[in-house]
Ligand binder design. Sequence first.
Ligand SMILES: Cc1ncc(C[n+]2csc(CCOP(=O)(O)OP(=O)(O)O)c2C)c(N)n1
Ligand SMILES: [Mg+2]
Length: 338
Amino acid sequence: MQRIEDLTREELAAAVESYAKMVLARRFEEAAERAFRHGKIGGYLHVYSGQEAVAAGFLSVLRRDDIFFTAYRDHAHALLRGTPPGAVMAELYGKATGVAKGKGGSMHLFDASRGFYGGYGIVGGHIPLATGAAYTLRYLDTDRICLCFLGDGAMNSGSFHEPVNMAGLWGQDAMCPIVYIVENNQYAMGTSVSRSSAATNLASRFAAYAIEHERADGMDYFTVRRVASRVISQVRETGRPYALEVLTYRFAGHGAADLFQPYRNKEEVTQARTRDPITVLEDRLRAAGVLTDADVERIHSDAEQTVEGAVRFADESPEPAADELFKDVHGAWGTWPR
Ligand SMILES: Cc1ncc(C[n+]2csc(CCOP(=O)(O)OP(=O)(O)O)c2C)c(N)n1
Ligand SMILES: [Mg+2]
C-alpha cells in the first residue's frame, strides 16, 4: 500500500480532485438509475459503482493527448476525463445534446475531443480496436499511448486473444503502446470468475502472449494511481504493451434488469462495501489532513447540484431531429446505392 507520508503536496491535491470526481460519478449514476426506473432512459444501464478507483487512478495520470477505450460500464470514465455531466446525461436520455448526439446511449459514450474512443456494448469488441489504435499512434510516430479497460468476462472472448497476441508481437518492434486494464469485478453478468475461467489469476494469462503483467488492488485509489503512473511511463518509453489485473467489485447488479442477483449473497456485497473506494480514499485524505468535514460536505453538495443540473439539461434538451437518423451511421439507408 502506498504510504500517505511519501506523497507530495501535488499528489495529495490531485487525489482530492479525484475524490470529488469519484463522488460526482457515484451521485451521477444514482440519478441515472432513478431516471431509468422512471422511464426517462431507454435501452440499458450498467453502473460502475464500486469500481471508481480504477478509472480515477488511471485517468488522473493519463496525458491529455493520450487515448482510451472501455466497454459499456462507461459513465464514470467519461466524467472522470472531463466530459460535461450534462452531455453524458443527455446521451443516456437519447437527446440531441448528448455527447454522441443521442445516438449511442449509455453503452456508447464517445468523446474523441478528450481522447475517449468509446463505450462498446459487444463484449470484447473494443479490444481489437484499441490494439489497432495503439499501433497507429506509433505508426504516426507519436509518443502517445492507449489504455484499454476490459472486464474479466471479456478475457474469454475470441476478440481478446487475437489482438493481444498481435500486441505481443508488435511490442517486440516497440509498436504497441497499450495498457490492458482488466477490471476484475469477480463477475461476468451472473457468472463468477471461478466458474468461467480455469486459471483465475487473470494477469498470468497474458504470459501466453509474452506481455508483462501484474495484479493490483483496485479499491485503493493511491495503489492504482501509483501503478498506473509507473506503467504508463514504461509503455510510453518502450512502445511495448503491459497488462494489469485490477481487483475490484461491482456493488450494483450487472445492469438495470439484474434485480435479484441470485448468483451472490447479501453478505458478500456488504463485506465488499466495507472497502468502498470512495470511503477508503476519504479516510486516507482525512488522515493526511488534506480533507476536512467541511470539504467533504462541500464536495458532496457540489456533486448533487451538478447532477441536478445535468438531469435538468437532459430533461429539457430536444430529441434528435428526424433527418439526423441517417447521419453518422455506417452504410446508412439515405446514402445506400439503390
Ligand atoms: C459478444 C457478446 N456476448 C455476450 C454479451 C452479453 N453480455 C453483456 S455483459 C456480459 C458480461 C461481461 O462481463 P465482464 O467482461 O466481466 O464485464 P462487467 O460487466 O463485469 O463489467 C455479457 C456476457 C455481449 N454483450 N456481447
Ligand atoms: Mg466482470
